[in-house]
Unconditional design. Structure first.
Length: 223
């Protein structure tokens, strides 16, 4: 994991008896180091994004959405590397091709968006506080799926994400980390487009630190 990784995620991994090594300042640096370690030690390397079984696994929550909410019009999903969005696209479109799938990424880490928009893998500056979205490059496997199946892609600011975290607490009594609140931030940014539609918003994780939560609450507009 990167130096300074979310301590809640580190603790969860260690509770599962994982050996956690720290390297680099962000995800892509630690990923590259993990690849080199796997090659050096002859280990099976599981890519965090370019892995068919991972995409199939995360796609199961899209199946649950379609089973519980079969008349859904839009599904909004956060995007970091793109495995979640790719899984949603495959499952939702297989069941109902008219469902619109919209990916949401931080404008302070837009590599996935730029890769989708330009039709090629793009590297871009990465400065988002939402570590689940903190990737600096597009990835081949999910991007190939997204180019075929994704309907739209929205960029939101880190501040919009923080406000969405607070809204989830206030309105839905749901705790979300930055990446987990990104899809709601995206929905709010295109609310005119979504008006009158049946919408599912994916909240992908709740590993938020107290420091990050305090920062989000500080942005709350006074009544």
């Amino acid at each position: 994991m990167p130096e300074g990784a979310n301590p809640l995620k580190v603790e969860s991994m260690r509770n599962l008896d994982a050996e956690v090594l720290f390297h680099g300042g962000h995800f892509d640096e630690s990923r590259a180091y993990a690849e080199s370690l796997a090659a050096e030690r002859g280990m099976r390397y599981v890519h965090a994004v370019n892995e068919p079984l991972l995409i199939a696994g995360v796609g199961t929550y899209a199946l649950e959405i379609m089973e519980e909410f079969p008349n859904v019009d839009y599904i909004l999903v956060p995007l970091g590397g793109g495995s979640g969005a790719a899984g949603v696209c495959i499952v939702a479109k297989a069941i109902n091709p008219t469902v619109k799938v919209v990916a949401v990424q931080s404008s302070q880490a837009p590599a996935g968006y730029l890769s989708w928009k330009e039709g090629r893998l793009v590297q871009a500056p990465m400065g988002t506080r939402a570590e689940g979205l903190a990737t600096g490059t597009g990835y081949e496997m999910p991007q190939a799926i997204l180019r075929d199946l994704l309907d739209d892609f929205v960029l939101v600011s880190d501040e919009d994400i923080s406000r969405a975290m607070v809204m989830l607490i206030e309105k839905a009594h749901t705790l979300a980390e930055g990446a987990g609140a990104a899809a709601l931030a995206g929905a709010l940014s295109i609310k005119k487009q979504l008006k009158g539609k049946r919408v599912a918003v994916v909240v992908s994780g709740s590993n938020v630190t107290l420091e990050a939560l305090r920062g989000a609450l500080d942005l709350r507009k006074p009544n």
